[in-house]
Design a protein around this ligand. Sequence first.
Ligand code: NAI
Length: 304
Amino acid sequence: MSIRFDDRVVIVTGAGNGLGRCHASAFAARGAKVVVNDLGGTGEGQGADMSVAARVASEIRSAGGEAIANTDPVQQGQRIVEQALDEFGRIDVLVNNAGILRDAAFHKMDQAQWDAIYETHLLGSFRTTHAAWTAMRAAGYGRIIMTSSAAGLYGNFGQANYAAAKMGLVGLAYTLAVEGGTRDILTNVIAPVAASRLTASVMPPEVLERIQPEYVTPLVLKLCHENHKGNGEIFEVGGGWISAVRLEQSVGKTFELNDISPEGIDACWNEITDFTNANHRKDVTATMVEIGERIGVSFGMAKQ
Ligand code: NAI
């Protein structure tokens, strides 16, 4: 096994079940010291059970690995990071994975459902990552994963809260990629599909068998290795399939300033929305340079 994590310290949030448990065990099997975080609540985020994280940490130690349990909610992610630093003295990898569901059609969704999802997925990932960021900047090294979802990338009925939080993680990751890249702190996003208690009730057994978490975890390890230099990238992954995802920008149309009107836009709609020869911008600088060229101004940003 050439992709190893000896002497690396890895935090996996929500590592008591499903994907997180699988990630944590795999990191440990390849030499990492792992912080197994899990609050141990229900799939809807109710209650807490201290034994859930402890069980996975114990499984890892029984298999000869090194792991400690942490039971703080990710909304208090700074505590997870503090424990990792107290125990192991550094943080190399953070996998933001903890998650819950509170599905409802938008017209029935209440504030509590919105808040619970936002707080667990987006605020929780922010708090944990923000705390780890300080240690990673000081060390000049870090690998971060945000766990998004196809529901966020594309939208899904009954998941407005979840989709908003999951797409929020993409924006967060894109910006952390820009801010951390020069210090070798690299942030990437996965949108997994896997059998877990969150999907157990919505998929038939033969499908669940085909999409075990074990088929997602290898990509996470690849993205979190020191030799992997990809940054700010999104991957859909599940059942042995891995695909890269990115935003597209059509070539578009530039109107004369004295000739831009709703009717003129209407007449050119096909041209504006034609994705033939679409562009893929690396960052906001790239798109601002392009816009500047299209409209004949300079925003003071150099082409990279
Ligand atoms: P899971 O329910 O098996 O595992 C999630 C774990 O997170 C649980 O052990 C839970 O106790 C823990 N957790 C929840 N809230 C927490 C909090 N506030 N603090 C600490 N721990 C907390 O679910 P699964 O499927 O393994 O999900 C993992 C991640 O993958 C989630 O972010 C989920 O949204 C995402 N995902 C999963 C998909 C799938 O097909 N299973 C699809 C798309 C995204």
